[in-house]
Design a protein around this ligand. Structure first.
Ligand SMILES: [Zn+2]
Length: 496
């Protein structure tokens, strides 16, 4: 028998409806063909899991193209169209047996609320209803009826902070393989809940810890072959925003299990609204001296949640206190980078930085020394999350203002891994305070170097969602109190 092949690729980005900065082509890492396969091999990414599982099963992976970017504003329509056309051209050429898509889910373009669903629909139209088509998503994805209708099995991460990207790709791949071998006929039981989690959707704490344990036990007992619980990203103003429980059985949908999990999630919805400590509380601790570096997640300006990454709220607090240890704080500001590059390394400059898009705190004027400037720095993730993932930075400058090291970049990054700082010549382990633009995920990859805590700061990605102008996504809990009873979704039926 000829060697089997699968088609894998697509686009992975998480969008924020209220971030006015569009995500353009230059913000993506774009790989294709053998380069995409080889860089993914062995990495803890969804595509890495697909590539590794395929190799173990002697199956070739074809990657027409893989676009990957940080979270941010909606992705330009032309970027999505380019990716879709390259995927569809490859699908039309044929000579493969299944499609396994390593996507993020929860992306937007100015004209599409559900680009992932549009991609799946386009591919399904080309390959027909019989070909296995599966996908691996982040658990913060916005899942839609269109996705469920066109995808045979959708696997979501089971961990937050996310540590199982590779295993998610593996689950999606193995489902497609089992379908090819005639061992699996996925039958979906799905329930949608019109609610958001706000600040407590860690899977290593209750209530999600026990929900996932229940789901895992059901899979181990053979009640279901795959279960995902999707906790939608909070900043998508789209129709049908909310949680999804997806339970797949082999031939028979595990309806009771999906309903039980969804009913529990709905009943415990108030426990999913978390609260965070104040910034001042932790700056006080740092001022008194801490054993290890303090690694702070800036909740209000989390690029990982789609924020613009130019917030100055924490920067102002750092500059206002002389008693703090050396710190590093990233600000995305292309003009400031250009001014530093023009002045050159060693120069003293006075600049106004940040606050162009994150409007909760105005721009800050600083005078400092340009410690370094550069571009095309290579980031390699330490992990464990996404260990081995490689990406290239754009233009940057490091500006030292007293004890504050301002990490200025021409585009926003989430600093999920210490590798970002090191790529720009700043060792986070030697700082007293390090600011990341993430709320959960950084805690995995910085645990080895410091004490990680996310603080309650205002901004576009604060969990105070009542301050955001939602229209299409409503009604949802907790903005709207509602009488609701979880019920099974009919695949191919009406939108939730
Ligand atoms: Zn996520």
């Amino acid at each position: 028998m000829a060697k089997r092949r699968i088609l894998a690729g697509g686009i992975a980005q998480e969008s924020h409806s209220f971030n006015p900065v569009r995500t353009g082509r230059s913000w993506f890492t774009i790989r294709a063909g053998a380069e995409a396969v080889e860089t993914a091999r062995g990495s803890n990414s969804v595509l890495g899991g697909i590539v590794d599982a395929a190799a173990e099963n002697d199956i070739e992976v074809i990657v027409p193209v893989m676009f990957r970017a940080q979270s941010g504003g909606p992705v330009e329509d032309t970027v999505f169209a380019e990716m879709r056309d390259r995927m569809c051209d490859a699908a039309r050429r044929g000579d493969f047996d299944a499609i396994v898509l390593p996507l993020h889910g929860g992306m937007l373009t100015p004209s599409l609320e559900d680009p992932e669903g549009a991609l799946m629909m386009a591919l399904r139209h080309i390959v027909g209803p019989e070909m296995p088509l599966t996908a691996g998503f982040d658990l913060h994805a916005h899942v839609t009826p269109e996705i469920l209708a066109h995808c045979n099995l959708l696997a979501g991460y089971l961990t937050n902070p996310h540590g199982d990207q590779g295993n998610t790709g593996r689950r999606a791949f193995l489902a497609a393989l089992d379908m090819l071998e005639g061992r699996l006929q996925p039958a979906l039981a799905a329930v949608h809940l019109p609610m958001l989690t706000l600040g407590n959707d860690r899977t290593d704490e209750d209530p999600l810890l026990s929900l996932h344990a229940r789901a895992r036990a059901a899979v181990e007992a053979g009640v279901a072959c795959d279960v995902s619980i999707f906790n939608a990203q909070q900043f998508l103003d789209v129709h049908g925003l909310g949680q999804w429980v997806l339970a797949y059985g082999n031939g028979t949908a595990p309806n009771d299990l999906a309903l039980e999990l969804a009913q529990t999630l709905w009943a415990r919805r108030r426990e999913l609204i978390g609260s965070y400590p104040a910034l001042d509380e932790y700056l006080d601790r740092a001022a008194h001296g801490m054993e290890r570096p303090l690694i702070l997640g800036d909740q209000g300006d989390r690029v990982a949640g789609g924020s613009p990454g130019d917030g100055t709220y924490v920067l102002r607090a750092l500059l206002a206190r002389d008693s703090l240890p050396p710190s590093a704080i990233p600000i995305a500001d292309v003009r400031a980078v250009q001014a530093c590059q023009a002045a050159g390394q060693g120069a003293t400059v006075t600049l106004t930085v940040g606050g162009r898009y994150s409007t909760v705190s105005p721009p800050v004027t600083v005078t400092g020394e340009v410690v370094s400037v550069g571009n095309s720095a290579q980031v390699v993730y330490d992990g464990p999350a996404d260990a081995g993932y490689r990406t290239t930075l754009g233009d940057y400058a490091v500006l030292r203002v007293g004890k504050v090291h301002l990490i200025l970049t021409d585009q926003p990054y989430s600093y999920l891994d210490p590798g970002y700082f090191r790529a720009m010549g700043v060792d986070p382990a030697r700082m007293g305070i390090v600011i990341t633009r993430s709320g959960y995920h950084f805690t995995l990859n910085y645990a080895a170097i410091g004490e990680c805590v996310t603080v309650d700061t205002p901004g576009m990605t604060s969990y105070r969602v009542a301050e955001l102008p939602f229209t299409k996504a409503r009604p949802f809990f907790p903005l709207d109190e509602m009488d609701f009873t979880p019920r099974l979704h009919v695949v191919g039926g009406v939108s939730p």
